[in-house]
Design a protein around this ligand. Structure first.
Ligand SMILES: Nc1nc2c(ncn2[C@@H]2O[C@H](COP(=O)(O)OP(=O)(O)O)[C@@H](O)[C@H]2O)c(=O)[nH]1
Ligand SMILES: [Mg+2]
Length: 375
């Protein structure tokens, strides 16, 4: 056997006895592969705003993803281009039915979105799915779960799924979610499904950007456990009791009756609609078609009463306020002199030597003084 090894070549077993070095195989150590590999630059070419606009309008998914990444960027240097893109797409937006879905983790929101989304995509609708608030500890796990849970939907040619960036503040995430809706609508999606974890303030933020707000409950979990505050019932346009299947059916019916009763006593801002309570099984798909019917009935009634357009106008105004609050707060807290003053006041606040009101007024006075000086 003439397996001869020297530094970096060896001869395979099938090499003839009297062989030349022509039969040798070059050996490259694993760690060296990179160094010896030809250097190609795979850095993708940066798209121009024209290319991004065109790509989105043609529903090119790669470009759609890139456009959303651009508007999600928190870097100030990306903002002018992001705003330019949004301005160009804005006239082509507004044509989707925006549906928000809330409920505690585990209620079946993602499964319901998959079931409803797939049904709609199959019938020719174009469905965009946005998941909000993956930064909460609960959904950190579930966003991974969602990807597999929504696999069937994700691979449907009529569907586009976009998980929100993780780690963002609630404000940061929702601020970009509105802009993401605009981009998806410009790309031709006629239904937007937005999932939010039913904890904290996220459902109010999502409520203020959708046309139809759906609360997903499960039977037997109790109000406490489901974190259902009266306020959420007030802003829901429909409540579903999900997991109405198998042994759970009876309990689901009881929960439906109880929820109907509870809704009866809840004040509603709009008078044209009484939010229905409906049973679904996201797993078997039962009740999902009827749920879509409810959303459509709502849309029709809301449009006929003029509420639909009014609500969207109000939402735009709220959006401006929301952004302004965000910018003002950011401007205030970023200022190094304010930071310094705040830090120097903190020990006094902790020890109760400075009244919180006094501290706030001092800081605010200093801030407005600075603004006046800079004029
Ligand atoms: N039996 C039953 N299980 C369901 C139903 N919908 C969801 N599930 C299950 O409930 C769990 C949580 O569902 P998921 O959609 O991730 O809930 P989410 O946290 O609200 O998005 C998963 O194991 C689902 O398979 C349903 O209608 N019936
Ligand atoms: Mg989920």
């Amino acid at each position: 056997m003439s397996k001869k090894e020297n530094n970096n070549s060896y001869k395979p077993d099938w090499a003839p006895q009297e062989n030349s070095d022509g039969f040798a195989v070059k050996i490259v150590k694993a760690g060296d592969q990179k160094a010896s590999a030809p250097r190609h630059s795979f850095k993708p070419k940066k798209l121009t705003t024209d290319e991004l606009t065109e790509g989105v309008l043609q529903n090119n998914r790669t470009i759609l993803g890139k456009a959303i990444t651009l508007i999600e960027s928190s870097s100030p240097k990306h903002r002018p281009e992001a705003l330019e893109l949004l301005n160009r797409l804005l006239p082509r937006s507004g044509n989707s039915l925006r549906i928000g879905i809330t409920g505690v983790p585990g209620a079946g929101k993602s499964t319901l979105i998959e079931s409803l989304g797939f049904m709609l995509a199959e019938s020719g609708h174009k469905v965009a799915v946005l998941a909000v608030d993956p930064s909460s500890s609960h959904s950190k796990g579930s966003i991974l779960g969602d990807k597999t849970r929504m696999e069937k939907l994700a691979s449907h040619p009529n569907c586009f799924i976009r998980p929100s960036p993780s780690g963002g503040t609630l404000g940061g995430v929702t601020k970009k979610t509105r802009e993401t809706i605009i981009i998806c609508e410009a790309a031709g999606y006629d239904i937007t499904l937005i999932e939010t974890v039913g904890v904290g303030q996220s459902e109010y933020a999502v409520r203020s950007m959708v046309d139809f707000f759906l609360l997903v409950l499960i039977a037997g979990a109790g109000d406490e456990l489901q974190g259902i505050k009266k306020g959420i019932m007030e802003i829901a346009d429909c409540v579903v009791i999900n997991k109405a299947d198998g042994d759970n059916m009876k309990r689901a019916r009881v929960a439906m009756a109880e929820t109907r009763n509870a809704l009866h006593y809840i004040y509603r801002e709009n008078t044209f609609w009484n939010p229905p309570v409906h049973l679904t099984s996201a797993i078997s798909g039962s009740g999902v078609h009827e749920l879509w019917q409810i959303a459509n009935d709502y849309k029709k009634s809301a449009q006929e009463s003029g509420y639909f357009d009014n609500a969207r106008k109000k939402q735009n105004e709220e959006w401006v306020k929301f952004l302004l609050n965000d910018m003002l707060t950011d401007h205030f807290y970023r200022n190094p002199e304010i930071k310094q003053m705040y830090d120097s006041l903190k020990p006094g606040i902790f020890e109760g030597k400075i009244l919180p009101t006094e501290a706030a007024e001092k800081l605010f006075g200093f801030y407005t003084g600075m603004l006046n000086d800079s004029r």
